[in-house]
Design a protein around this ligand. Structure first.
Ligand code: FES
Length: 224
């Protein structure tokens, strides 16, 4: 068999390459890779639900503090900052805001909020950072009159952009546009495709934290 000089060189290069690959262990390869690009400052990450600094709100004096269930009366709602380190990886955000509320306990909330007042009330967090329609920020509205149905309402999340209305007491399973199951405050009216997702919460060292178990429920409007 004739082996040309060119063929010999190609074979030699291939063998050398294979030898190098075998010699480089996985840790060694990792040192050759550039570090992942991150925008978020890991020192700022927090799983706690921390009151947003907002003038004129009942939690104005608590701005920057970690929310505690004892702070709330029934139907108190506070905007809290949430910045777990998983947010950047899963949603591409460093921090988002949620609406944290003390609401009457209803079936469907089990495992999502924190039961208080001998089971009569729940602490719940709602993803008011982005409406499932076109990404505006729904606002808790104690009472009003719907301009869509003309009905009076109490204690709803209302989206200011196209008036989708979500019921914080009616937590149901929806299917999002990607076919994922999402636990959400039921859409009562308006153009949103489904309800307002909830964020499961827990308690740690006396403060409230958001759980990252269902970040997939928040993957819409350019997040995730
Ligand atoms: S963005 Fe919320 S109803 Fe359109």
């Amino acid at each position: 068999m004739n082996i040309t000089r060119r063929g010999f060189l190609q074979g030699a290069i291939g063998l050398a390459g294979a030898g190098m690959t075998g010699a480089l262990t996985v840790p060694a390869l990792k040192t050759l890779l550039p570090p992942p690009i991150t925008r978020c400052n890991s020192d700022d990450a927090h799983e706690t639900l921390t009151y947003k600094k907002e003038e004129g709100k009942w939690y104005e004096d608590k701005g920057g503090n970690i929310a505690q269930k004892e702070d709330f009366k029934l139907w108190d709602v506070a905007i809290v900052n949430w910045a777990p380190k998983e947010l950047e990886e899963e949603l591409g955000s460093c921090e988002i805001q949620l609406a944290l509320a003390k609401v009457p306990s209803e079936s469907g909330m089990e495992g999502l909020g924190i039961s208080i007042d001998d089971g009569n009330a729940m602490m719940m967090a709602y993803h008011t950072y982005k409406c499932p329609h076109l990404c505006c920020k729904p606002v808790f509205t104690p009472q009003g009159k719907s301009t869509i149905s003309g009905n009076n309402f109490e204690n709803m999340f209302l989206c200011p952009c196209h008036l989708s209305m979500f019921d914080p007491l009616d937590i149901i399973k929806n299917v999002d546009e990607q076919g994922r199951d999402v636990m959400a405050a039921k859409l009562l009216e308006g153009p949103a495709p489904y309800g307002l997702p909830v964020v499961p919460i827990g308690e740690k060292d006396g403060g409230l934290i958001g759980l990252t178990t269902h970040l997939d429920w928040l993957k819409y409007c350019g997040q995730g």
